[in-house]
Design a protein around this ligand. Structure first.
Ligand code: ADP
Ligand code: MG
Length: 575
């Protein structure tokens, strides 16, 4: 066949398919137009997942009568004049493609009125062409109705699954638009049912409440950090408010809901050690990047962005979220023991000093062997946690340490607590590239599976930075030459095997090194069932108190539970 230029109608439909994949993309484009028009109230109604009809009403600036036809031309926009503007976009739209694309894919009717116009203008389009235009009576703003979407593009319809699935996507799109614009009052009706309604009072928490429910939003933790490379703010769920998938994670770059793999991972990393394996946080996180450092023009529907300094974005987000979580992290209450949960009393807030009664009274006890690491060089942070005032009383079932402390009884899971202490110590050693290494008297040979051998390629450097020195020896054997000091009493072959197996299951670098730390810490920590003497227990309590994140082990289990004196009083009928 000879080469021909496509007729304009055909070209328009192909282009339409790029901008609008599905009903939710139409909703997104139309609502973004309303936002760009300065609307404060935006109502959306859809039927049959948006395939039958989509209607968006706004109270924005409207379009002057003589420009209405132009608005539906391809590459017609009021938002972009020169190519330089592309690097400095502050509107949501800029391509001038949405209205043209929608009109090519569906029947469209628009009624719009500007503030200074005598009357509104109504225009109707079929297959992208205007078939009627007339004056009409209507208030300020714009209403646009889209009917029989994709009826002109049957191929597209094939990719649409159920109307329920499309309804869900529209809902998700609206949820994100509402969270990104808390000062705008949004409503969404699907098949006549009100699904979402926000107040537009400007409060992010209220907008998030409309999306995730009031109870959840109320408990979410505020994030706000202006000290990293980029400002980050938002609301994140407590570790208890986790989900089994990533649907609760919402990331906005410059107020635009985006998908960004690396920055998404940064949010998850911030929860490292606070969530159980396989659980994901709920998070509504906003990242602000200078317009010149972000390219939103990567994808036709603008869902993906490219960042010039991805690493800076990653660490800004990770630190901001992590700091907020740590600041808010309470000690778990011993719920099983109580009839009512008790709020942490104000006396538990910081400004306590790092000092245990034991230490004040007697000279420093020699730490017992098993706890040497737990006692090792740790600088207590300023304003340490209430754990710094624990007085260890004894051990229960050789597994839990009982202590007296501020406002109640504390129960420490000895394994989880020790593991957490060692884990964070390893991470510090990693950060300083200063592992504490114990050379083996003679190298320990161990056999490896082919997968483990594979994992060794990249994993070796990671292991070494933790003090685990290994050397390939032939095709399927490894020599272990040194281990981390804390792991010197551990079965080194088992430790290496587990770390390598862990590598094989991980995909990114951060994951790999953290999983190695978790393995080493877990193997090196005291076991449940191991008898500890007073000094060991005290050393552990102190080490725990001085850690950054003492209340959870790397797997997310609590390390400490508090049973408040209030609860005890109530249980004994004193209160
Ligand atoms: P873009 O948003 O990329 O400029 P669109 O095709 O979405 O392109 O819209 C074309 C133009 O129509 C916009 O630039 C704007 O001037 C006008 N417009 C579209 N929707 C509205 C609306 N709801 N209120 C006011 N003006 C609108
Ligand atoms: Mg637009």
């Amino acid at each position: 066949m000879a080469i021909r230029v496509l007729p304009p109608g055909v070209a328009a439909r192909i282009a339409a398919g790029e901008v609008i994949e599905r009903p939710a993309s139409v909703v997104k484009e139309l609502v973004e137009n309303s936002l760009d028009a300065g609307a404060r109230v935006i109502g959306v109604e859809i039927r049959h997942g948006g395939l039958a009809s989509i209607r968006v009403t706004d109270d924005g600036c409207g379009i002057p009568a003589d420009e209405v036809a132009l608005a539906f031309e391809r590459h017609a926009t009021s938002k972009l004049v020169s190519v330089e503007d592309l690097t400095d976009i502050d509107t949501l739209g800029f391509r001038g493609e949405a209205l043209a694309s929608i009109a090519a894919a569906a029947g469209v009717r628009m009624t719009t009125r500007t503030a200074d116009a005598e009357s509104a203008t109504t225009v109707e389009l079929e297959s992208g062409a205007i078939v009627r235009q007339s004056a009409a009576g209507a208030g300020l703003g714009t209403t646009i109705e889209v009917e029989a979407l994709f009826s002109t593009i049957p191929a597209r319809l094939k990719f649409i699954r159920s109307s329920a699935a499309e309804t869900a996507r529209v809902r998700q799109t609206m949820d994100h638009l509402a969270m990104a614009h808390p000062h705008v009052q949004f409503s969404l009706k699907t098949d006549g049912r009100l699904q979402l309604s926000t107040s537009g009072n400007g409060s992010l928490r209220d907008a998030v409440a409309a999306v995730h429910g009031a109870e959840l939003a109320q408990a979410m933790i505020e994030v706000g950090s202006w000290t990293g490379a980029y400002p980050v703010w938002g609301l994140v769920g407590t570790p208890e408010q986790s989900r089994a998938n990533r649907t609760g994670i919402s990331l906005f770059v410059n107020n635009r809901w985006v998908q960004h793999r690396a920055v998404g991972v940064a949010i998850e990393e911030a929860y490292r050690g606070l969530l159980m394996e396989g659980r994901f946080p709920i998070a509504v996180v906003f990242l602000d990047v200078p317009p010149g450092e972000v390219d939103v023009n990567v994808h036709p529907n603008k869902r993906e962005v490219r960042l010039s300094h991805e690493g800076d974005a990653f660490s800004s987000v990770q630190h901001a979220v992590r700091d907020a979580l740590l600041a808010a992290s309470p000690i778990a209450e011993g719920e099983g023991l109580l009839s009512q949960a008790v709020a942490a009393p104000p006396s538990l807030q910081p400004e306590l000093t790092f000092a245990s009664q034991e230490r004040e009274q007697s000279p420093l006890p020699e730490p017992a062997p098993v706890m040497e690491e737990a006692h090792a060089p740790l600088a207590p942070p300023p304003g340490a946690s209430p754990l710094s005032r624990l007085r260890v009383l004894g051990q229960i079932a050789n597994t839990y340490i009982v202590a007296d402390g501020p406002d109640g009884m504390y129960l420490i899971d000895q394994h989880a607590a020790h593991e957490s202490v060692l884990y964070y110590r390893l991470l510090r050693q990693w950060a300083n590239s200063a592992p504490e290494v114990q050379p083996m008297l003679e190298p320990l040979p161990m056999g490896l599976t082919p997968q483990q051998m594979d994992a060794l390629g990249e994993g070796r450097a990671v292991l070494e930075r933790y003090g685990l020195l290994v050397e390939p020896f032939g095709d399927d054997t490894l020599l272990v030459r040194a281990v981390p000091v804390m792991a010197r009493r551990v079965d080194a072959a088992k430790l290496v095997a587990e770390a390598l197996d862990g590598f094989a299951a991980r995909t990114n670098g951060a994951d790999t090194h953290l999983s190695a730390a978790a393995s080493i810490a877990c193997h090196s920590a005291v076991r449940a069932g191991q008898t500890l003497d007073q000094q060991e227990m005290t050393a552990l309590g102190e080490a725990l108190a001085s850690e950054m994140n003492p209340q959870h082990c790397p797997h997310g289990r609590p390390t400490v539970i508090r049973v408040s004196t209030d609860v005890l009083g109530r249980q004994f009928g004193r209160l």
